[in-house]
Design a protein around this ligand. Structure first.
Ligand code: PAF
Length: 272
């Protein structure tokens, strides 16, 4: 497995290989969720490139950039075992210049929900993903449905900027008890982890109810009853294009939750 540190090294590697390339961008601290993306990329492509980069521009001041888990050696082992061909681990200096051209997330859909509570977050995500796509030139890029709004915006960027690649959405991976896998789960104490389960329970209940009713208020009331979180930021109902909806649309609804459990901010969603 190649370990590449600079965009130049990736460029050289990229021009030395022929065939399809599956790309999995990550911020490291790899878990089963990432592994599912990697496995799918492995199945569908001749080569797999994984990037590991805790991208500073997508963190807001006061967020967890400094304490975000970093486990590079363990991540390399995971990648090696999963049959990854190359890992790209740049540092901020070789990804960013001082005064560079910036990408803005769309004014509405980049600034609602996650973008409202983390203003500018998606500008940073799109900036780095744009660079990563240009450096790795993938045939297909793999993203988890857990970050549903990110997935939507990256699809938009691919369309708006005429990238020639395919975005492959991958289902959220959960622990046996329903907790969505996230690198941030390590911040949870045992009690918080237990209470965090109420998020996936609320979503599961919402999915069940939505088979019987399209009434969002009714569903929301039940979700709030189930949730045992410290600060609920939003429960939202949108269609697959992130337009707010006022009733459940079968096969075209995403129900999303963002909440703090203790000091940890968690997001999760269910696609209906
Ligand atoms: O989803 C993530 O881990 C990050 O937002 C991404 C896509 C790797 C960009 O830094």
């Amino acid at each position: 497995m190649e370990i590449l540190k600079t965009p130049k090294e990736v460029r050289e590697y990229r021009s030395s290989i022929k065939g399809s390339v599956g790309f999995v961008p990550t911020m490291g601290a790899l878990h089963e969720g990432h592994l599912t993306l990697i496995k799918k990329a492995r199945e569908e492509n001749d080569y797999v490139i994984v990037s590991i980069f805790v991208n500073p521009t997508q963190f807001l001041p006061g967020e967890d950039l400094d304490k975000y888990p970093r486990r590079l050696q363990a991540d390399f082992e995971i990648c090696k075992r999963a049959g990854v061909d190359a890992v790209f681990t740049p540092n901020a200096e070789n990804m960013y210049n001082e005064d560079e051209i910036l990408i803005k997330a769309p004014k509405i859909k980049g600034y609602i929900l996650e973008g409202f509570f983390r203003p500018g977050h998606f500008d940073g995500v799109l900036q780095v993903v744009n660079k990563l796509f240009n450096i790795t030139k993938p045939t297909r890029a793999y993203f988890g449905k857990k970050d549903a709004q990110q997935l939507y915006l990256i699809n938009q960027m691919v369309k708006n900027f005429f990238f020639e690649l395919e975005i492959i959405p991958v289902d959220t991976v959960r622990e046996k008890d329903g907790l969505a896998l996230s690198s941030r789960n390590v911040y949870l104490s045992p009690d918080e982890r237990q209470r965090a389960l109420s998020i996936s329970k609320a979503l599961k209940k919402a999915a069940k109810l939505s088979a019987a009713t399209q009434n969002i208020e009714e569903i929301k009331k039940e979700m709030i009853r189930i949730l045992d979180v410290d600060k609920l930021q939003y429960i939202a109902f949108v269609d697959r294009d992130f337009n707010y909806i006022d009733k459940i649309i079968p096969d075209n609804t995403i129900i999303l939750i963002a909440a703090y459990v203790g000091k940890t901010r968690l997001i999760d969603n269910i696609w209906i």
